[in-house]
Design a protein around this ligand. Structure first.
Ligand SMILES: NC(=O)c1ccc[n+]([C@@H]2O[C@H](COP(=O)([O-])OP(=O)(O)OC[C@H]3O[C@@H](n4cnc5c(N)ncnc54)[C@H](OP(=O)(O)O)[C@@H]3O)[C@@H](O)[C@H]2O)c1
Length: 255
């Protein structure tokens, strides 16, 4: 078994930056034809040209059904297939106690982190995967936050917890043609989480992880490649926590 993705077509949301871009790069280097999307056309175009290996792009906001339908149609028109879907785009528009969240920001959080992966999965299933020969794979990017509680990020964590359960549910429904798995990263050094790792705070978090460092986008891309490739062919419905051991570590300040 190897980690090659030759002959596969992959669609990666949030592929212009951070974790999504690293996954798109790893897939393209592993032989897949890759379509990336994000809201900003110029960022997508630049990322696709830097990723190379025939990477294509299509600007869309995953929160809007008409835009993701156009995205899936464009992927099928361009490459004739969509064997791998990575639901990576995420949003965190609210910080604070969950009890105080306003409904617009609650809805936005659910829309981008949970509804969009469902809608994209429906589109890929109905337009291609259900009639395919099989070997398809969906990978959802959740968060360790979806497995615990947090004073400030509870709303985001509820959505990420929903994504973990959605992964199990869809895996049960879509096998054997499609495997559905999830990755729950800890703190990864991207712009999305910069406020949590920049400066001294990052060093403190890193020291609290058994592995003694924060995550890199390449950590997540490696796992996403392993899951999509033949190596992951008997795993479905699972969430792989990648957090340097943070979730299982003793919390010194609460002992
Ligand atoms: N970084 C961490 O510590 C961490 C930890 C756990 C989980 N995660 C999860 O990992 C995923 C990727 O995060 P990241 O850290 O790589 O973030 P990032 O570096 O900020 O990149 C986010 C990507 O998503 C795109 N995006 C955002 N909203 C979108 C929307 N509505 N429609 C389409 N594209 C959208 C952004 O491009 P545009 O702005 O052009 O749309 C960008 O390409 C997210 O789901 C996040 O929740 C991150």
């Amino acid at each position: 078994m190897d980690l090659r993705l030759d002959g596969k077509v992959a669609l990666v949301t949030g592929g212009s930056k951070g974790i999504g871009r690293e996954i798109a790069t790893a897939y393209a280097e592993s032989g897949a034809k890759v379509m990336i999307t994000s809201r900003k056309a110029d960022a997508c175009e630049l990322a696709a040209s830097e990723i190379g290996n025939g990477c294509e792009w299509f600007a869309s906001n995953v929160g809007y059904e008409d835009q993701v339908e156009s995205l899936v149609d464009h992927t099928l028109d361009t490459f004739g297939a969509v064997d791998i879907l990575v639901n990576n785009a995420g949003a965190n528009p609210y910080a604070g106690p969950t009890i105080d969240v306003d409904v617009p920001r609650w809805n936005k959080t659910i829309q981008v982190n949970m509804t969009a992966p469902l809608v994209l999965t429906q589109l890929c299933w109905n337009k291609y995967m259900k009639e395919s020969m099989g070997g398809c794979s969906i990978i959802n990017i959740s968060s360790v936050g979806g497995l615990t509680t947090n004073e400030q990020l509870g709303v985001y964590d509820v959505a990420k917890a929903g994504l973990i359960h959605l992964t199990k549910q869809l895996a049960a429904e879509l096998g054997p043609k499609v495997r559905v798995n999830c990755i729950a990263p800890g703190l990864i050094k991207t712009d999305f989480a910069k406020i949590l790792w920049d400066g001294e705070r990052g060093a403190e978090v890193a020291a609290s992880y058994p592995m003694g460092r924060l995550g890199e986008t390449s950590d997540i891309a490696g796992c996403a490649t392993w899951l999509a490739a033949e190596t992951g062919s008997w795993i479905t419905g699972q969430t792989i926590v990648m957090d340097g051991g943070g979730l299982i570590a003793f919390k010194k300040d609460t002992e």
